[in-house]
Ligand binder design. Structure first.
Ligand SMILES: Nc1ncnc2c1ncn2[C@@H]1O[C@H](COP(=O)(O)OS(=O)(=O)O)[C@@H](OP(=O)(O)O)[C@H]1O
Length: 475
């Protein structure tokens, strides 16, 4: 399980806080916690107020950050920057698509898709696990393998910044060579992204980042992918995205990373990341929102400020948090900025289910143009099996670490009244329906089944209610 610095999994916290905002937050927070308290009995109320205040500050911080970035972009636009001009030309498929670079990149992706589409049993057998990564096929971008590195590999070898990677992608590649980097897992938090990332990292055709959550474009670039600090770019390319290893594999390995703040910050990041890596494939996993929120609240028990669940008042916590959690708006931003063919939206419940999990993982690997039947697994009887998702980063682990559970204990359900749960459903249902609509409109899945998967979760909780309306949520 990955160690995660406290605060990283916050509900609404943009991880990269501006110094000024943090200073203001600290002053306000100090004011709250040091306010003279009239009696011992009011201490817990003050602590509760401080925590409420913290959340409020986090929300304000995010809003301020978004506002600031918008203002900066507008200011640049008034100065007639190229970036703004590109934005103005947006055709709904990424703001660089009307530029030469954008057209070229789109052509590359199409060519790659055409050449590599339909990875199946035959190709899997051909590659034999060694990592062919594609089926050849002729495009004007591709050249037959020669003696030395491809022009693309040669150009990449000298890259120490992101702009170099973007330019290099125009050079011809040999058949089977992947563009660098190849894919990102962008979210959502608590939707089995760690398990998915580890699963894909274990694939012989993948050379993914050694650690999950580098949060490069969010934290290090301050949510401005086209303005990343120069020195951090080289570190990111070489150490996180592992350019040397990928070049060593002759570009037959996929370079990848997983940062879960990217997905939920689609409005800030989607078009910027597209400008830098227009060929990238994006994977996002989403989970039934109430269960996801509980998983996150349990994770937040790690925070020094104590998490909301400390007193097991799950309803109060969820009622505060759920209105701020939203899938459809950020995902719409990804859809706006990226061609549909480069996006993969997966439902946690499908990916982690015994019935459909294997198939979902295969499908994700087809989307990435790698062998869907790897990494190889062995069944108990010694026969070859199909790879399944293991389980990492569980709520039980977080609660155990916090001392809320003993080693080996599993979390109980969370008590809630029926009317309270129904109130929470009223909060999450509209966004779930909007997301299901996007799922249908863009052909990610059968939207009826999609919504039913979450309705089943909701019904399962309602089925636990006794005659007095006492229910339990088992995420
Ligand atoms: N294979 C499988 N089956 C069922 N559930 C699974 C699986 N893999 C991960 N999980 C659950 O996903 C939750 C962790 O999600 P993430 O790894 O995305 O969390 S994080 O945002 O990176 O912290 C966490 O959920 P909770 O246990 O409810 O907290 C994990 O238990």
């Amino acid at each position: 399980m990955k160690p995660r610095p406290s605060g990283k999994a916050g509900f609404c916290t943009p991880s990269r806080t501006r110094v000024a905002i943090v200073a203001i937050a600290a002053i306000v927070l100090l004011t709250v916690v040091t306010r003279p308290s009239p009696s011992v009995a009011s201490v817990s109320a003050v602590a509760g107020g401080a925590s409420k205040h913290r959340r409020q500050l986090e929300r304000e911080e995010q809003q301020q950050l978004e506002g600031k970035l918008r203002a900066e972009e507008e200011a640049e636009g008034e100065g007639g920057s190229v970036e703004q001009a590109e934005d103005d030309d947006d055709d709904g498929h990424g703001s660089t698509d009307d530029t030469d670079m954008g057209q070229h990149a789109a052509a590359q992706v199409e060519a790659q898709d055409a050449a590599e589409r339909g990875w199946g049993e035959e190709q899997a057998a051909e590659a034999g696990g060694g990592g062919g990564g594609g089926t050849g096929g002729g495009t004007n971008l591709r050249k037959q393998w020669g003696e030395g590195p491809s022009e693309y590999a040669a150009a990449l070898a000298g890259c120490t910044d992101l702009a170099c990677l973007t330019m290099a992608a125009q050079k011809p590649r040999y058949p089977g060579q992947f563009l660098f980097p190849s894919f990102f897992v962008v979210g959502w938090q608590k939707s089995a992204t760690t398990s998915l990332f580890f699963h894909l990292r274990g694939h012989p055709q993948v050379a993914a980042a050694h650690t999950k959550e580098p949060e490069f474009f969010s934290e290090q670039c301050g949510y401005r992918p086209t303005h990343c600090p120069q020195d951090a770019q080289e570190e990111y390319i070489h150490r996180v995205l592992r350019l040397p290893d990928v070049l060593e594999s002759q570009l037959t390995s996929l370079s990848a990373e997983a940062s879960t703040h990217y997905g939920r910050n689609g409005a800030l990041l989607a078009s910027g990341i597209h400008k830098v890596f227009p060929w990238l494939r994006i994977i996002a996993s989403v989970r039934e929102p109430i269960n996801r929120a509980i998983s996150m609240l349990a994770h937040n028990l790690d925070l020094s400020s104590k998490g909301c669940l400390t007193r097991r008042e799950v309803y109060t916590c969820l009622k505060k948090e759920l209105p701020g959690l939203n899938y459809s708006e950020p995902w719409e931003a990804w859809l706006q900025a990226w061609p549909r063919t480069q996006l993969y939206l997966v439902q946690y419940e499908n990916m982690t289910s015994e019935e459909s999990g294997v198939q979902v993982l295969q499908d994700i690997k087809r989307f990435l143009h790698i062998d869907p039947n790897l990494p190889a697994t062995v069944e108990d009887d010694g026969s070859a099996g199909l790879p399944t998702l293991s389980q990492h980063n569980t709520r039980a682990q977080h609660l155990q670490r916090k001392g809320e559970l003993k080693e080996g204990e599993e979390p109980e359900g969370w008590p809630i009244k029926r009317r309270q749960y129904e109130e929470l459903l009223d909060i999450v249902r509209p966004d779930a329906e909007r997301l299901a609509k996007l799922v249908r409109q863009h052909g990610f899945a059968d939207s009826k089944e999609w919504l039913e998967n979450w309705e089943m979760q909701w019904q399962a909780t309602l089925d636990t209610c006794d005659k007095r309306g006492n229910c339990m949520i088992f995420p």
